[in-house]
Design a protein around this ligand. Structure first.
Ligand SMILES: [Zn+2]
Length: 182
């Protein structure tokens, strides 16, 4: 099974119903209750397959699978890929992406709270430790391969279960999202 952070990601980007299922069943999922675990794995795999299939009609669609990964990769990079497991970095990265979605006017504050709460209930971190410098994270994002023509691309949410790729993200908006996530 892919990590819990990736499972929550699938709900965030593609299915409000699955997100609600995770909210309602997170305790059983953490206890690896068989039917909940099976449904979670099956739904995660189906969503991934659907996003990849959609990519053939709408080029670039699969980039929404990077939700939480732009900031997540930066956190991994500035901590030398040793301090945090991938899922932990992605969890923090999803918080940043949710805050950025709010800043860009796509996501309601209540939905940012729902996402943050589900990540926390899953036992994953929702705040970036103070030992990580915000400016170092921004620099790492600029070096990331997803930077095209100077603009930093982000997979953002326009609601729980709805993701879109945004290219017009400024450094000051990213800085604000990171500050809200510490
Ligand atoms: Zn990942």
């Amino acid at each position: 099974m892919c990590g819990l952070a990736e499972v929550i990601k699938y709900g965030c980007i593609a299915s409000s119903r699955f997100f609600k299922f995770l909210e309602d069943n997170i305790k059983d999922l953490l206890a690896l209750e068989p039917s909940v675990t099976q449904k979670t794995v099956r739904t995660s795999c189906r969503i991934k397959a659907e996003v990849v299939a959609d990519d053939e009609r709408e080029a670039g669609r699969r980039a929404i699978l990077n939700f939480g990964h732009t900031a997540g990769h930066a956190i991994e990079a500035v901590t030398g890929y040793r301090k945090y497991r991938h899922g932990y970095a992605v969890a923090m990265g999803m918080r940043v992406a949710a805050e950025l979605s709010l800043i860009k006017g796509g996501l309601a504050g209540a939905d940012v709270n729902r996402i943050t709460e589900l990540i926390a209930k899953a036992g994953l971190p929702v705040t970036i430790p103070g030992s990580i410098r915000i400016e170092a994270l921004i620099k790492a994002m600029e070096h990331d391969k997803k930077v095209k023509s100077g603009a930093i691309r982000f997979a953002l949410l326009s609601g729980v279960g709805r993701a879109e790729i945004r290219n017009n993200i400024t450094k000051s908006e990213i800085r604000e999202a990171l500050k809200r996530s510490v």
